[in-house]
Design a protein. Structure first.
Length: 472
């Protein structure tokens, strides 16, 4: 664990506080409030980062259990990845994406090989910058291949906030200010077993939810299927195998195998969004590997460059993305295959190939989940814990262990950012992320390099916050 420095004099503390106040004042005058920074009042300012930690202006360490929404899977300031980026800066830092460079081609090859090894399917990769932009490219691929512009997506799903991505993201809050969305997805209940939308129990429901989806195709009067033409009006189903912003909801066994069958039988494409859960977050390289999903298109980003120069991408089956089906100029972005991002991502792929990330992440995840289950046994207001690999969830509830407790969740989140939790002879902060349908879930996505000692520290800090915030 990094050893944080200290501020030596009162004058230094006052100077830092003065600088912070000035920065916040400038922010209030010059920065848009349309991003997510200003959810917090005042916004939190950090000065540096290292490993699993962020540091504020007083050099207080904040253990980060969300790592930039799962973008920094391999730890802050990962030396190997930083060095790869620095090397590229000194060789080929800029290149218009109308030209080729070796890192782009080799990265595409590596990603295609990863998917072919796991699915047996050949395909190609198209790069972009951010996750939402890659989702937009996938929507173009779907429309180009099918001639249709309607899609299924899940309640609780999140695919980004560009206009096209917002149409398949379940939250109306992201669309409300921007007029009518004629291509809005038809949203299907996710198999959220702790809060089953059908009030069933996973032990004996017989996958009732997927059977309800299949019933939509029984008759044309359910609005999605023409039984005479044997065609659907819907082109694709957009799927996060484990819901991210929706609260790291993990589906029951068998659900996605059945959903795959239903969609394949009816010629509906499967688009898997791995932006949060890909690159070994769940142990396996892709989260869909856990669930028997057979994707036609895979969207990825975030941790591909460990949060350094942004890069995202879309993999699609050959017949959907071949040069004949998707010719030059079908889509474009100035920075889409930027040299800095592709070089860093290629080093990520090399690093992964040299170590047993699957075994290591699963072992750490099992330890973390066992500790969370033990924590749950002592706190009535922890209603549910679950996880796969190092994607874990803590659902905060009222004293009945079920009714959502957003107030407590917010209080714990805010207290963690104050940086004054006593532990192990010093003070820490704790960085958490809040998600879930009722904003009452801590979604945990620590560094894949987190140690057991850091996991123990995180739980120690969390328990201190629960006590401070009046949980029981």
């Amino acid at each position: 664990m990094p050893v944080a420095g200290s501020i030596d004099t009162d004058d230094s503390v006052l100077a830092v506080s003065s600088d912070t106040a000035e920065l916040l004042e400038k922010d209030s005058r010059y920065c848009s409030y349309g991003d997510t920074v200003h959810y917090a009042v005042p916004p939190k300012i950090f000065q540096r980062c290292d490993g699993s930690y962020l540091f504020d202006e007083e050099d207080t360490p904040y253990l980060d259990l969300q790592m930039w929404y799962s973008a920094v899977n391999f730890g802050y300031k990962n030396r190997r990845l930083n060095d790869a980026l620095k090397k590229q800066i000194d060789t080929l830092p800029q290149l218009a994406c109308q030209y080729l460079h070796a890192e782009k081609v080799e990265l595409a090859e590596a990603l295609c090989n990863v998917i072919e090894k796991r699915t047996g399917v050949k395909g190609r990769v198209h790069f972009n910058v951010g996750g939402a932009q890659a989702v937009e490219d996938s929507l173009k691929l779907v429309r180009n291949a099918t001639g249709k512009n309607l899609n299924f997506a899940f309640m609780g799903g999140y695919h980004g906030r560009t206009l096209g991505a917002s149409a398949i993201t379940s939250s109306y809050r992201y669309r409300r200010r921007f007029g009518h969305f004629s291509d809005r997805a038809q949203f299907i209940p996710f198999p959220y077993c702790f809060r089953c939308p059908y009030d069933k129990k996973v032990e004996d429901c017989g996958l009732y939810c997927v059977k309800q989806f299949e019933k939509l195709f029984d008759t044309e009067y359910h609005s999605v299927w023409d039984s005479k033409a044997q065609q659907s009006e819907f082109a694709a189903f957009y799927i996060e195998p484990i819901q991210g912003t929706g609260g790291y909801v993990i589906p029951p066994k068998g659900y996605f195998e059945e959903l795959t069958r239903i969609l394949h039988e009816r010629g509906i494409l499967i688009v898997v969004d791995e932006i949060q859960m890909g690159i070994h977050r769940t142990g396996k390289f892709w989260s869909f590997e856990h669930f028997g999903l057979q994707p036609d298109i895979v969207v990825f980003g975030k941790a591909l460059t460990n949060g350094l120069n942004p890069l995202s991408g879309v993999w699609a089956r050959e017949e959907l993305i071949s040069p004949q089906a998707f010719p030059p100029g079908s889509t474009h972005s100035t920075f889409s295959s930027n040299t800095l991002g592709t070089a860093t991502a290629l080093e990520v792929m090399r690093m992964i190939s040299e170590s047993d990330y699957e075994g290591d992440v699963n072992a750490k995840g099992a330890y973390f989940l066992a500790r969370l289950q033990e924590l749950k046994s002592r706190w009535r207001m922890i209603g549910d814990v679950d996880g796969i690999g190092l994607a874990l969830r803590i659902e905060m509830c009222q004293e009945d262990g079920f009714a959502p407790n957003q107030k407590l969740t917010n209080a714990v989140f805010e207290e963690g950012l104050k940086g004054n939790i006593p532990a192990r002879g010093r003070k820490y902060g704790l960085v958490l992320d809040v998600g879930g349908y009722y904003k009452n879930v801590f979604t945990l996505a620590p560094s894949l390099h987190i140690t057991e000692d850091e996991i123990d520290l995180g739980l120690e800090l969390l328990e201190s916050l629960l006590q401070r915030c009046g949980a029981c």
